[in-house]
Design a protein around this ligand. Structure first.
Ligand SMILES: NC(=O)c1ccc[n+]([C@@H]2O[C@H](COP(=O)([O-])OP(=O)(O)OC[C@H]3O[C@@H](n4cnc5c(N)ncnc54)[C@H](OP(=O)(O)O)[C@@H]3O)[C@@H](O)[C@H]2O)c1
Length: 288
């Protein structure tokens, strides 16, 4: 079998065009443009590829996307004061805090200070709670992108054996909830699974395999079940190139669908962040 490639660039372009139409309609109706603020502490996000891809997506869609570059010596209190200021600014509809943050900053406490109705990353504790309840439209962008690619395969997820590797707050755990929401039977693997020597056994059962480990090529192609759907979230710089967590060529020889790295989950992620921001914009139009 040679897998069908789930093309993240093509999906990102399609979703971007849909979001652009939505923003055009909202602007025509309200006279307002969504405006987001990305807070970076001690780093120049304009120069980084992540910031650039977000800015590109925002410009295409018609979102006013700004960077707030703050000093690396900023205290937690100064950061929280800055977030409160943005919370109160009626012209800012979305706020995110870029990771990593310096050691004096408590990331989760700071994100919890972002008002939930402007939290475009969906990482505020209130929005994470709503994700658990299945009642939020603001879903962390990377798992949302992985899910959009999975759904683009057209395969019915309900009842499928899904194996997820990785349980981080920003990727793995929200992904687990999204798979459950779609009625997959979900197994979550992590470093202790590997230490116990069971990772390959779990992967071999997977009809849907989602990998977010940050360990290049760790999932061996020969482990992949024939006909599986493989979503590789890993982004790992190796010898000047970006590579995923899955051995792509060998896995593509067995899977029915697979995402490439680069060109899979990555391009869709920036668009999903903008989608969240349009949700927060709409929430604020209804509840100023
Ligand atoms: N495509 C995108 O837009 C996007 C966005 C964000 C992140 N990423 C990429 O996704 C990957 C994961 O990111 P993250 O933020 O979730 O990373 P993370 O916080 O480091 O979490 C990695 C997870 O993988 C697990 N793990 C590590 N080694 C393992 C092993 N040998 N066997 C089984 N599980 C293992 C860890 O288990 P423990 O919990 O036991 O430590 C942890 O749960 C990275 O490559 C990152 O660059 C991509």
């Amino acid at each position: 079998m040679s897998a069908y490639i789930l093309d993240g660039k093509a999906l990102a372009q399609k979703l971007q065009s849909e979001l652009k139409d939505e923003v055009d309609r909202l602007r025509a109706r309200t006279g307002k443009t969504p405006r987001f603020m990305n807070i970076a502490i001690g780093q120049d996000l304009c120069a980084g590829s992540y910031g650039k891809s977000q800015k590109r997506a925002a410009e295409f869609i018609g979102i006013d996307y700004q960077f707030s570059n703050l000093s690396s010596h900023l205290s937690q209190k100064e950061l929280i004061d800055h977030i409160h200021f943005l919370n109160e600014d009626a012209n800012v509809h979305g706020i995110m805090l870029h990771k990593p943050v310096p050691s004096q900053i408590d990331f989760q406490q700071a994100v919890n200070a972002i008002t939930p109705k402007k939290d475009i990353e969906g990482m505020n504790i209130a929005n994470l709670g709503r994700l658990m309840l299945g009642t939020t439209s603001i879903i962390p962008a990377t798992p949302a992108a992985a899910m959009a690619l999975l759904l683009s395969s057209g395969v019915n997820i309900a009842g499928k054996e899904a194996v997820l590797i990785g349980r981080s707050e920003i990727v793995g755990k929200p992904m687990m909830m999204l798979l459950l929401e779609k009625n997959a039977t979900v197994t979550v693997c992590h470093s202790a699974t590997s230490k116990a020597g069971c990772l390959a056994d779990h992967v071999k059962r997977a009809e849907i395999l989602v990998v977010a480990m940050g360990k290049p090529g760790s999932v061996k192609g020969e482990w992949v079940r024939e006909g599986a759907i493989v979503i590789d979230i890993g982004i790992n710089p190796v010898d000047g190139k970006i590579t995923g967590d899955v051995e792509f060529d060998a896995a593509a020889g067995r899977a029915a669908f697979i995402t490439p790295v680069p060109g899979g989950v990555g391009p869709v992620t920036a668009v999903m962040l903008m989608k969240n921001g349009i949700e927060t914009f709409k929430i604020q139009l209804e509840h100023p």
